[in-house]
Design a protein around this ligand. Sequence first.
Ligand SMILES: NC(=O)c1ccc[n+]([C@@H]2O[C@H](COP(=O)([O-])OP(=O)(O)OC[C@H]3O[C@@H](n4cnc5c(N)ncnc54)[C@H](OP(=O)(O)O)[C@@H]3O)[C@@H](O)[C@H]2O)c1
Length: 320
Amino acid sequence: MPIPPRYWKGLGRDVDPIGFGCWQLAGNYSVKEKPHGWGAMEPQDAAQLVHAALDQGIQFFDTAAGYGAGRSEEVLGRALRGSTKAHDAIVCTKTGLLPEEIDTLTLGTPFKQRVEASLARLGTERIGVLLLHGPPDNLAWQELDTKALDGLVKEGKVGTYGISAISLAGVDHVLEAGFGTCVEWVFHLLERRPEKRFPKLLEQGMNFIARSPLSRGLLSERYRRDNPQFSPNEFRSNLPADWVRWTVEHMRALPAQGTNIAEDALRYCLSFEGMSVVIPGVRTPAQLESLERVRHAGPVLPHHRQAMFQNIPDHYPAWD
Ligand SMILES: NC(=O)c1ccc[n+]([C@@H]2O[C@H](COP(=O)([O-])OP(=O)(O)OC[C@H]3O[C@@H](n4cnc5c(N)ncnc54)[C@H](OP(=O)(O)O)[C@@H]3O)[C@@H](O)[C@H]2O)c1
């Protein structure tokens, strides 16, 4: 079944709903002396992945200034510039807010400069989607002075903007305020609460970017048999052990739709019109091939969807 593109009002165009998460392209790095990357990634391997993604028709690439202190943006930008197929690509990147910007509710010149730095690292004149990276959940969105942000849109340096939220409460707060045109948050087989937000998103003409759709890679066939073990130089070595145990236990209890739980997980996300783009993090050519199989298989059908979740909670209870 073909997977229809989703319309993005803020961009005034359709976008393919299978995207590409670029955090993994940053390779190994640390934040405050803790590993924050996903393991080694050579720039030429990253470029090959991006090129193969473009060949498949993938258009949406999600990165952030914070991924490897700009390394993901640099690697992605170089790869896109080195391709003849990148004309339809949309770069979504993120910028965090400084404490003084949060305190004064003002985005001024320093904010604009950080966005200009992202443009320079990406080697482009335009960021398709700019997200504020993890602002406080309860920010007073109506009071935020967005002149600098709106100026970037007017100048054509940014297509549209939104939020990458920390929690579901943050998503709700942004939706209530009607801030921006899009919101990014977690959505996968074991975090299904965003489903209930989709009608409102559609009603408001806002787009939803589904991040961590494989629950940090735990929704993987390999963990049906083996327990996850992560190398100490990747950030997953610090994931809360209880959450990992809970996720693996419930993943194993999910009935298989196809032959591959990761592909089922992506087909589940794609089965909602209110989900605009799903952005699995990709590290290997085999994982990209898996995305191609997802494209051919199409979304999980709604009646299969219901059968998938008997006795499976819609989120990790400790995250209430
Ligand atoms: N605050 C934010 O804004 C935020 C936070 C998180 C993520 N994100 C964005 O969302 C993207 C994706 O989320 P995520 O990085 O948290 O994790 P994810 O997409 O849930 O999981 C990614 C991991 O899944 C595994 N994988 C990928 N394809 C697979 C397949 N076909 N079969 C089995 N395993 C597969 C890989 O793990 P292995 O490495 O083990 O192969 C990969 O590193 C990121 O790249 C980033 O762009 C944004």
